[in-house]
Design a protein around this ligand. Structure first.
Ligand code: HEC
Ligand code: HEC
Length: 339
């Protein structure tokens, strides 16, 4: 090849690389879609395609290594506690939840926790969880391993992903050294094959700065409810991954958990045909605001033996927001308390 030809090839590669990168950025914006009009349960099954969106190739993500250098382990841990802990434990020897134990996952062979029943989609992916592989997985699990059982939309913020990967890497008797940012290729070709979900995917994107703030003096639930913002509650249901297990629309199907339309003031175990645990069925009386508040704070303490694998929502204000949102899911919302 003469040098002219070499130049052409280089130029073509560069243009392709830039196009790739820009598509990735646009994709990033598209997933940040807010209102949840359809049953969110679809995210557990398959990526939801928006018919009007152009077909996209695999996303090119910003390089991880430079973001890892400025990553915040504490922020990563907060995301893990808020979101991932609904399905994962992070301690050595911890039992699997809905998902496998994530202790020492960085550098570990994929789908390798003994005894955990992985999907074929994940088992067929050979190799180890390298930094970049984790980055692409957490961006959109369903695109990385189409058919995966991880019912989680993904983290669209590159820094959030870096924070959580940084946190995961500390969970090891001998944490691997962080990758060298100097060696980073900006548009490293991602190892993703499936269709890339675009709109309609609930963008479960907790923002690092939005960690629950502890109120100084604890206001009562009634006081919190009166001022609670149901829209924030809806956003909380994405942060806490309630949407991974529940639908919220009238007549919506059960997923891992029951449909939650009209649950406020309804009976415990309110959805006909859903297979509740004995623990929840044994509870008498309606789901009052106070009962929902106790339930959401720590499901396993409220109904020992419950099937709901959620650690709980520790912030009273966020619980009130979520309850305000649940209250709004009714043709005839229950009256607010008068504190
Ligand atoms: C709704 C439940 C759920 C949530 C929320 C969830 N996961 Fe998962 N996760 C799973 C399941 C189920 C699997 C197994 C997937 C499979 O077999 O296809 C999995 C697998 C994984 C794996 C692969 C582990 C291995 O041994 O190969 C990693 C890494 C992971 N999850 C990280 C995360 C992180 C980080 C978060 C939070 C940002 C998260 N997950 C949120 C359910 C969940
Ligand atoms: C990992 C899956 C999962 C997640 C995440 C989850 N839930 Fe659940 N939820 C369930 C299951 C399963 C049940 C049924 C529990 C039982 O039968 O013991 C349930 C039951 C409930 C009920 C009782 C419904 C009834 O008919 O009595 C409410 C209310 C509820 N969940 C709200 C929430 C909220 C709000 C969130 C987020 C803060 C959430 N859940 C997160 C799986 C989940």
């Amino acid at each position: 090849m003469d040098s002219m030809e070499v130049n052409k090839v280089l130029a073509a590669t560069l243009v392709a690389g830039i196009a790739f990168f820009v598509t990735g950025l646009i994709g990033d914006e598209l997933v940040r879609v807010k209102p949840l009009k359809e049953s969110p349960l679809k995210i557990a099954a398959a990526p939801v395609q928006n018919a009007s969106a152009p077909a996209q190739g695999p996303a090119a993500l910003p390089a991880l290594a430079p973001l890892l250098v400025k990553a915040d382990v504490g922020a990563g841990e907060a995301i893990a506690k808020k979101v991932c802990s609904a399905c994962h434990v992070f301690v050595a020897g911890g039992a699997a939840g809905i998902g496998p134990n994530l202790y020492n996952v960085v550098g570990r062979e994929r789908a390798s926790v003994p005894g955990y029943n992985y999907s074929n989609a994940l088992k067929e992916k050979k190799g180890d969880w390298s930094w970049e592989e984790l980055n692409h997985w957490l961006y959109k699990p369903a695109a990385y391993a189409p058919g995966t059982r991880m019912g989680y939309a993904g983290l669209s913020s590159a820094q959030d992903r870096a924070n959580i990967i940084d946190y995961l890497h500390t969970l090891s008797p001998s944490p691997l050294p962080l990758p060298d940012p100097g060696a980073a290729e900006v548009a490293a070709k991602p190892d993703v094959t499936g269709p890339v979900a675009t709109a309609n995917v609930p963008g479960a994107t907790p923002v690092a700065g939005s960690a629950p703030t502890k109120p100084d003096a604890a206001p009562s639930l009634d006081v919190l409810l009166v001022s609670a913002d149901a829209k924030k509650g809806q956003a909380d249901t994405m942060k806490y991954a309630c949407v991974a297990c529940h639908s919220f629309n009238e007549g919506g199907k059960a997923g891992i958990g029951p449909n939650l339309y009209n649950v406020v003031n309804g009976p415990h175990a309110h959805m006909a045909g859903y297979d509740y645990s004995a623990a929840l069925k044994a509870k008498q009386g309606p789901w009052t605001y106070a009962e929902l508040d106790k339930w959401l704070e720590k499901p396993s303490a409220y109904a020992p033996g419950t099937k709901m694998a959620l650690a709980g929502v520790s912030d009273p204000k966020q619980r009130a927001e979520i309850i305000a949102y649940l209250r709004s899911l009714s043709a005839d919302p229950a009256p607010l308390p008068t504190p």
